[in-house]
Design a protein around this ligand. Sequence first.
Ligand code: DP6
Length: 358
Amino acid sequence: SSRSVTCQASPNIALIKYWGKRDEELILPDNDSLSITLDLTDMHSYTTVSTSPSMTCDTFYFEGVLQTKLSSRMQKVLGEVRRRAKDMQNQFVEIRSQNTFPASSGLASSASAYASLAIALTKLFNLDNPDATAAYLARIGSGSAIRSVYGGFVRWSSEGECLSSCVFPMEHWPDLRLIILIFNSSKKPVSSTDAMQRTRETSTLFSARLATVNDKIEKLIEAIRIKDFNTFAKIVMMDSSQFHAVCMDTYPPVIYLNEQSKHLIDLVHAYNETDENGAMKVAYTFDAGPNPFCFIREQHAEEFLRLLKYIYPTADNNVHKHVADSDAKLPSINVPIAPNVLERIVLTKIGSGPKIIS
Ligand code: DP6
């Protein structure tokens, strides 16, 4: 008989970055990483997997379009499902995957896509140990996908089975917001898969990073536990910079940040200086690209958005749709105005994790 399962999963943003694989095939990471899973309502991937006796091969539809072949990583995931599911040996599957967000949102969709695929397949074939199995399957699809199988704050361990776990659920810090800035940029980046391999082969700073990552994670988890935004912000920004320093130390260098990224870094630090009590208001982090992910508490979000509107005036009214008109005074900061560099703003928050629909 034919059966089908649909699952939704969201992207995640690393607070402490995963960079380097000690095993390419199983995707075992060189270091632990920690991330926030985003809210499903703002953006997610949704994947439907079906199986029926009449199917004669595996098929994959992306955004409704039949793909000529399955990627090698997708084949690896299906191979592992066949190994685990006794009743799947002679059965084929149809995979239909879609994203509610465009590539231009600055978010890689591979994490949410592989997480939703892994969970849907685990459910469809009733695999043993569903949580660990879904995490394993997501990981062999794309390393960072293993963090999207849970909501809230998620840690991916580099030891033992190298699985992930939820450290704090979404409800732990409900007023934490994310503001994603999408700058105009046409630069074609080196894929993270290739770049991290090159880093392992050539960077000497890389081992220095590995020696300090676990300590940083413990300190960050404690900061999150007590909701100490100052410590949170400093650790997150420093890990982002260290990751990009390691990329620069790679040969040939991998440079993901650009002029606009640097401008935003200056803007955030200048803005953080304006608090009378010396408290931090915003933190940024950058993945393998120039667009910043900014963390901010709800109490400061409105002011920061007005500041962004002032610093990044743009012809596109849509960009500033989140920003209410107000006569309230902005803190004065010494950062140049940068017209027409901002293409999009995405406003979102922490999410509670994937959802099985049917
Ligand atoms: C910079 O998970 O995309 O976003 O395991 O090769 O698929 P593969 O790489 P991927 O790497 C993500 C790297 C990063 C940092 C992070 O998300 O932790």
